[in-house]
Design a protein around this ligand. Structure first.
Ligand code: SAM
Length: 279
């Protein structure tokens, strides 16, 4: 029998994205959310949480390389990294590529997302059990409020600002991130669509400025499965600016590091090519 079904995510009140399914591999309910793994024709295996595309095998490299490498290469010697969210493991996989990194605290709210990703998305979750990775199943908002740890780089790989993720976009959270970073620390967060969520991006920028970050740089890219297909990250740094990084040094380090999207040209280009209205 031919399996002929489509998955549709209503991305805004007036916009949906549909993809044709090969199969439904997993559907489960955790304490926090409904989790689905779908096998699709265009995007390979896809992780859906609460009826929202989170990541796909086809385009995940764009997101995971851009949330991690611009910050990790802007920092001169990142040793200790905190990843908040990112239960699929894609961000952790990219951080592990950096030889200087000695420890990654991986703080994810929902242990079931981690387990399901280990089972169905091995190309993303492959480094979660790396000895450098310390998986902590707890709320990232509470974690940064309470911890005494200090980090060189913090990557906030969060979903949309709803439910338990809403506080990851609030003033208090950014104040706590600032406190958890060393004096040359850098943070990056996924900050939604520059087309649909410009007000939110400006609000985040204001919070980061108020928290005390002297360097704040948005970067944009195309991610076909997210609302509008046009996506943003925001980098905030206590000291180093990605625009003054030594690109020759980056090129040298990349000789031993497989990446598909990020390279020494993308490192500055992705910030320089930010649209005028976001700058
Ligand atoms: N790339 C994705 C996107 O932009 O939609 C994010 C993917 S990742 C799967 C998001 C993860 O953040 C989920 O696994 C979710 O459980 C986790 N999360 C949500 N709220 C959180 C919180 N307060 N603390 C830590 N993790 C959280």
């Amino acid at each position: 029998m031919k399996f002929d079904a489509w998955y549709t995510e209503p991305q805004t009140e007036n916009l949906s994205l549909s993809t044709k399914l090969k199969n439904i591999l997993y559907v489960g309910q955790s304490k926090y959310q409904e989790i689905q793994i779908l096998d699709t024709y265009e995007f390979g295996k896809v992780l859906i949480l609460e009826n929202t595309y989170q990541t796909t095998e086809r385009d995940e490299f764009i997101y995971h390389e851009l949330i991690s490498h611009p910050a990790l290469f802007t920092h001169e010697n990142p040793k200790k990294v905190l990843v908040i969210g990112g239960g699929d493991g894609g961000t952790v996989r990219e951080v592990v590529k950096h030889e200087s990194v000695e420890k990654i605290d991986f703080v994810e709210l929902d242990g079931m997302v981690v387990e399901v990703s280990k089972q169905f998305l091995p190309s993303l979750s492959c480094e979660i059990d790396n000895p450098k990775v310390n998986t902590i199943i707890t709320d990232g908002i509470e974690y940064v409020a309470k911890t005494k740890e200090k980090y060189d780089v913090i990557l906030v790989d969060c979903p949309d600002p709803v439910g338990p993720a809403a506080g990851l976009f609030e003033k208090e959270f950014y104040n706590n991130l600032f406190k958890c970073l060393n004096d040359d620390g850098i943070m990056v967060q996924q900050t939604e669509s520059p087309l649909l969520h410009e007000t939110l991006i400006n609000k985040i920028k204001g919070h980061l400025k108020d928290a005390g970050f002297p360097v704040i740089r948005p970067l944009v890219c195309s991610i076909p499965t997210y609302p509008s297909g046009f996506w943003s990250f925001t980098l905030a740094s206590k000291k180093n600016d990605p625009l003054t990084s030594d690109v020759n040094e980056i090129q040298d380090k990349l000789k031993n590091m497989p990446t598909k999207y990020y390279d020494q040209d993308v490192h500055k280009g992705v910030f320089l090519a930010t649209p005028r209205y976001l700058k």
